[in-house]
Write a protein of this length. Structure first.
Length: 273
């Protein structure tokens, strides 16, 4: 099993950065091996750093180039942040970026001393240890650095490698944006329930609990395909079959979701320039 990096600098500790850091600490990362750079730390980050003894915003001159420089800032902040980070990204440093739309070439241009880059697209369920992410590595990334990436990302959920950086946009469209699709489904189910006469508070409770339960069922039955789980609920000629005939029509849910995913992928490409 891969070891944790001996030094990690987290640049950006917003909601995603905080979620990742908490997952790393829970997974075994030594607090003394972590440093947080965040110009506007939240009360939660201030408290976490103080409680766990994590260095927060030390003078940059005191920092040595770390094993891992993890970029969790907003993509539009990269240009302004890069000059201060340049000397932290040495030829031996692994730069891991979760910046949507910023390709390895963009990172390399702004951190010219670094050679090893990994782009990762996580999602918000990482905050509860149930994230789904995938990443692409540049050619210079070593086996040890791949191991560090796996250790960091699997501490907060599923992580898989991509064979090509260009697939990051597809990952963004499926798992990156995907939680919003599920939340939108819950909203739509609740609205449908209201139209059928259910009180609004009951409709949303039923919709939420149904999606939560279905997700947990998939989690507990990893060997059973989603198709099989669907079939298990669907009696021939029954109520579920009637509903699925509408959802799975030619212009129904699969086609609509495919169109939505294409729109998300295309927007990711636009943001990348």
């Amino acid at each position: 099993m891969s070891e944790w990096p001996q030094s990690l600098v987290l640049v950006g500790a917003g909601k995603m950065g905080e979620a990742l850091l908490r997952g790393w600490l829970a997974g075994g990362l030594e607090p003394k091996h972590a440093t947080i750079l965040e110009p506007n730390p939240s009360p939660a980050i201030l408290s976490l750093a103080a409680e766990r003894g994590i260095a927060l915003n030390p003078p940059l001159a005191r920092l040595a180039a770390p094993d891992v420089l993890f970029l969790a800032i907003k993509p539009q902040s990269l240009e302004a942040a890069a000059p201060a980070l340049t000397w932290l990204a040495s030829p031996d440093t692994l730069v891991v970026s979760i910046l949507a739309g910023k390709r390895v070439a963009d990172l390399a241009a702004r951190l010219p001393h670094a050679r090893a880059f990994v782009r990762v697209m996580p999602n918000t369920p990482a905050a509860v240890g149930r994230g789904a992410s995938a990443g692409a590595a540049s050619a210079a990334v070593t086996p040890e650095q791949r191991g560090w990436t796996e250790k960091l990302m699997r501490a907060v959920g599923l992580f898989e490698w991509l064979p090509d950086e260009m697939l990051i946009d597809a990952v963004t469209a499926i798992s990156g944006s995907g939680p919003a699709y599920v939340f939108a489904l819950v909203e739509a189910m609740a609205e449908a329930g209201e139209k059928l006469g259910l009180p609004a508070d009951l409709a949303i409770k039923l919709a939420r609990a149904t999606v939560e339960g279905a997700g947990e069922l998939m989690h507990r039955e990893p060997a059973v395909s989603a198709a099989k789980l669907r079939e298990n609920v669907t009696s021939p000629g029954g109520t579920t079959a009637a509903a699925l005939a509408v959802l799975r029509a030619e212009d129904g849910y699969p086609a609509l979701l495919a169109k939505a995913a294409e729109a998300a992928r295309d927007r990711a490409r636009e943001l990348a320039g």
